[in-house]
Design a protein around this ligand. Sequence first.
Ligand code: PEP
Ligand code: MG
Length: 577
Amino acid sequence: MVRKKSLGFTVLKGIGASKGIGIGRIFILETSDLRINRKAVPDKPEAELLRYRSARDRVSVRFNQAAAHILKELGSGKGNILDVHALILKDQGLNQEIEFLIRGGKKAEVAVETVFRGISERQKLAENKYLKERFTVSRDIGRQLVMELLGAHRLEVVKGKGDVILVARELTPFALADHPANIKGFAVETGGPTGHAAILARAYNIPMVLGIAGIESAVENGARALLNGATGELIINPSPEIVADSLRLRGLEIDGEAKAGAEKAVSETKDGRRIELLMNIANTHGLNTANTCGADGVGLFRTEFLFLNKETLPTEEEQFLEFEKVAKALFPRKVIIRTADFGGDKQPPAAAETGGTPAYPGLRGIRYCLAHPALFETHLRAILRAGTAGNVGIMFPMVPGLETFREAKVFLKRTREKMAWEGVKLGRAMRVGIMIEVPSAALMAGVLARESDFFSIGTNDLFQYTLGIDREDNSYSAYERFLPPSIVQLVQLVVESAHKKKKPAAVCGELAHQLWALPLLIGLGVDELSMDAAHIPAVRQAVRALSYAWCRELAQKALLLETPAAIRDLLKGAAGE
Ligand code: PEP
Ligand code: MG
């Protein structure tokens, strides 16, 4: 997707994954070619083994440092991104394979490269997404090990080279965690906006554009470049006018964010409609951001992350301590704990303990838990114990309809009764809600609203299952402001059904923080929006600039439209664009 302009600059278009403007000289990171000298004669196997083990230890230390760095710098739930790296590095089978080759007379880097090449070949063939993800991480570790053995340190190579726009075929979270400060932007061929590297780039506030096909051969080292992470453009040799305009826009952006940060006002429209803004969290890191961003509570606690990257299932006590920490930190604000949503790309390594690996898209969410009663009971006990203070609510993911919801509620009730009989201290009964993530639940919202205390619409999965597009596939992220009429109709149905029974309806998928969709979501009557804490100040500012009456009118118009393009045009028009 290269657009040549006669004015002498070139625009490469990708997907904006982290907004902001970066200016610098192109630096192409050689990722594919590590130049291993296969002809070099290895030292004695014992010496090679030592060389391998000490390189492995150094990489391990660097993983830990990077993980600690992420925790310290970002402190908002990003700290566990590298946990899986550390686990794989300790993998006995892998180490035995490498050491076996070294003992057989191979140089350490050749042995490492051979074993990891085997892994990436298996990766290409793997059908299971979980394995695919694991193998990508393994390949990254293999690279780190080879680089360590060759004395090549990835992003460090740009140190002292002035401001740089880093171009790479792929970029891993590990590399990013250690980036030198002169990197002003990332332009990458692979990866998606929901990937871990993109999450870190956003957390570090470094502009990032992904999905520029053939990027390494489309640019030259040393060329002047401007990266616009909002529009997804990499401009090579930008004119002074482009640079000036972009910088002016960046100024506006920064100014807006600063004001938003200072804004501690209530999130309500000009005509007084209160829209609660809540946080999505995956663990207990960064709970202090709840205060700095002025969150009204936690709208989605993705508890399954407590189970991932663990060799065994966490005990009731371990889970309880995590849930209690959140409930106490946020009190008296509400905390909605979602029961573990295993399945798809979130599979616990400890799944074997529970008698099987969750399938995708088969046994997922609440159905997985109901099929594993021992796991579910321990999990619910921990949640119920954390709920004594009264601010905790519970919601079940991937509920397909009434029968499953009833089954889950009965399970919860029995667990509670059993605990009461044991004399465990319990608070009053919790509010119990449903995540609306599949069309069957959305279509049955009228029925479900009778028995559910609230709804929270998971638009990430609702898009996936309504449109039949894989949420991991980035090709549809390239569509601008993509909101199909089917989703608008479903949201309307869910919200209206909730309101008829005087129950609130939230949105907790990624759509919740999209400013372009905000007037429509408010107009459809959504009561609460739950998102990464970082988005809350800007969304609050936007809510305060809107009037509910105007949003209602806009939503009525949107409900009559028949294509995503018509809805996009309506929203653009409404935003004065
Ligand atoms: C969703 O599906 O929109 C959602 C919030 O849940 P998750 O992203 O964890 O699947
Ligand atoms: Mg979901």
